[in-house]
Write a protein that binds this ligand. Structure first.
Ligand SMILES: [Zn+2]
Length: 389
């Protein structure tokens, strides 16, 4: 069952995330019913959490994530999504959109089925907010870690089958718009109100802008999986930076994108069009040590997860860390960093009427952080799913 709790969080430093103010929040039956100074707070039943001046923010939302806590979306099991949701909730994340990777249609359907089940059942941690198909309709040369055997051009029959299974849970599809059949796919996805992202693409600037006209409005992990920004052929990056119709994902770990390149993104897009993501694999959130993950031996340290050869085994970033990095590396305010991790992702996938800000009437998804932005507590639908001891 998805949580529908009642709780009062008092004496917080509320990051709404448009203003920062001292105050109190009340959640009743899973919905925020009061946000204010606390002077006129209605008496609500349920527990009271004293934030003691800590930051109280909207729950963080990760719209691009493959795994965590030892589980991976492509395991295609409820258990994997459960451990993911529970791992993310320890880092202020209240909602996530599990992302598939390039795979056979059968494997993709299996993963979608599991995500759908987890969305209905809950994870005991962060809530499953939808499904993100990353691939298989991507460019072979820009596929990154996606498996070459299954990279293929867009297929309407496949998309229809996925839509039939997932319905509106299908929230985001990342594809390469220069591929044969991409226009029809984008138009069909938009007719279902699914957000389309350009990613793992070798599109030119003109091709990217054509895709925008067809309905693409989002950019998958900016600068990763696309050609570099060239002054005579600015490509997807140039379209992303100059067209206000695109929101852009940023992996803010200081490794995937150089801080100067992130600064360029911030200057061009501003704090309302940048979406912080983690793109993590299953090693995220595991205690340090050596693991067998996906058939590979991986050493998880404080900094990263690496194969024994030293190669990075995906990101182990958390959303809380991404927010902290945005403040430390990009010089944005805490309110702006939180906006990029809550309100903007909610807007990018079309759920901002329910999620992404501390506003009366929205879902009671809330995170509490200390002054250094370390997570203290995570509340999903008014129920505490994590509290630092
Ligand atoms: Zn990814």
């Amino acid at each position: 069952m998805l949580p529908k709790g009642t709780i009062t969080i008092k004496d917080g430093r509320l990051v709404t995330p448009f203003v920062v103010m001292p105050g109190t929040i009340v959640v009743e039956n899973g919905i925020i019913t009061y946000v204010g100074s606390g002077a006129d707070v209605p008496s609500a039943e349920g527990p009271v959490l004293d934030a003691e001046g800590a930051y109280v923010t909207p729950g963080l939302i990760d719209i691009h994530v493959h795994g965590g806590g030892g589980g991976d979306v492509m395991d295609g099991t409820g258990k994997a999504l459960e451990v993911m949701g529970q791992a993310f909730s320890r880092y202020g994340t209240t909602g996530f959109v599990p992302a598939t990777v390039t795979a056979s249609h059968r494997e993709t359907l299996r993963a979608v089925e599991a995500v759908k089940a987890a969305a209905g059942k809950g994870t005991g941690g962060a809530q499953v907010l939808g499904i993100h198909l990353e691939g298989p309709y991507i460019d072979m040369g820009k596929r990154g870690a996606h498996h070459p055997d299954h990279v293929r051009p867009p297929s309407l029959p496949e998309l229809e089958e996925i839509w039939e299974l997932a319905g509106p849970l299908l929230r985001l599809v990342t594809l390469a718009p220069e591929l044969e059949g991409a226009e029809a796919a984008i138009r069909r996805l938009r007719s279902w109100d699914v957000t389309v992202a350009i990613g793992h693409s070798n599109a030119t600037y003109e091709e990217a802008m054509a895709a925008h006209v067809w309905g693409a409005s989002h950019i998958c992990h900016m600068f990763n999986g696309m050609r570099g920004l060239h002054h005579r052929e600015p490509g997807v990056a140039g379209a992303a930076l100059t067209c206000d119709g695109f929101s852009v994902e940023l992996i803010c770990d200081g490794v995937h994108v150089h801080p100067a390149a992130m600064d360029l993104v911030m200057r061009a897009k501003g704090p309302d069009k940048v979406v912080l993501i983690t793109d993590t694999l299953r090693a995220m959130g595991l205690p340090q040590g050596r693991y067998q993950l996906g058939g590979l031996e991986v050493e998880v340290t404080k900094e990263a997860a690496r194969l024994l050869t030293g190669e990075l085994a995906g990101s182990t970033l958390s959303m809380a860390r991404a927010v902290k990095n945005a403040v430390d590396l990009l010089g944005v305010s805490v309110a702006e960093a939180v906006r990029m991790a809550s309100c903007n992702p909610a807007r990018a996938i079309g759920i901002s009427s329910r999620k992404g800000s501390l506003t009366v009437g929205k879902d009671g998804d809330i995170a509490v952080f200390d002054a250094e932005l370390n997570p203290l507590a995570t509340i999903v639908g008014g129920q505490v799913v994590y509290q630092r001891t």
